[in-house]
Design a protein around this ligand. Sequence first.
Ligand code: WQD
Length: 340
Amino acid sequence: MDKILVTGGLGFIGSHTVVELQNEGYEVVIIDDLSNSSEKVLDGIVAITGKKPVFEKLDLKEKDKVEAFFAKHSDVKGVIHFAASKAVGESVNEPLKYYENNIGTLVYILKELRKLPSAGFIFSSSCTVYGQADELPITENAPVKQAESPYGNTKQIGEEIIKDTCKVSPNLKAIALRYFNPVGAHESVEIGELPIGVPQNLVPFITQTAIGLRDELSVFGEDYPTPDGTCIRDYIHVVDLAKAHVIALKRLLEGKNKSSYETFNLGTGTGSSVLEVIKSFEKVSGKKLNYKVVGRREGDIISAYADTDKANNELGWKTGLSLDDAMRSAWKWECKVRGK
Ligand code: WQD
């Protein structure tokens, strides 16, 4: 079967996607610089699939190393590109780190793909490109708004770079997948989310609070114009998200894409508030969560959830796992990681 490169393949979404690629029989090569992951994740992947992907520790900012990689792996047929910095807050303080790491590396990879006979490119994008959308649910035609952070800007710029490159590269076609909020872990709990330091995202903060690593969860505001006053997001199980990547890649490899550059929203289509996520966690874990409502977090949008029609109809993909499934697996994973 075709050889697929997964950059950032030892990360949270990357590792779950490697598992689904291997389940479909693809030969997987992982590049990861281990800046936000660990080589131990490979053991988790092998424990699930019994197959060890080729792993090359490589910093994609090193152009000559990227060239050497593709010279060695000129039989790569597709690339799923996860490798990027993704902390919204950090990006505000260190914009150049984000522009160099998220944009510079993308350019180097696209330059190499243009040299191959043909290649399919899947780009890890984000619903963050929409900002606070004027209409909900959010379709792929919703206007891309002024980015709220350099991180969000790198996703917007990245999409433009890919679109422009595909226009002049007959051998290259691409799909940008705009994720909503990825959560949960593989049911085997051999892989999951491993945030380094204090988690920025809601679900790992919930599970770390419940396991005793954090004293209490701060709920950032309950005075929003939503039914219970807390922000609404579309929490998608990471395994559903991973499966969508394999389907999107197949669409390109089988030439079923309708244009050289396409975008798809990946969400459940259902919005959940912060308090609803907490309630789901308490239900599936049987634990009472210690939380306190505090002030709003700078830059938070009120509500975002996906219109899933295009992904359902064009990709033939829809989510199969629920918020409860995601919270249950996230909690099982947290317990395993902390040896509880
Ligand atoms: C979700 C909700 C918070 C933490 C970000 C990025 C997005 C994507 C996913 C990469 C919000 C509330 C959170 C906490 C809280 N990342 N919250 N207490 O901000 O929707 O999206 O991560 O692609 O690009 O922007 O996710 O999990 O940080 O927050 O109350 O300790 O939970 O206010 O309403 P977000 P999040």
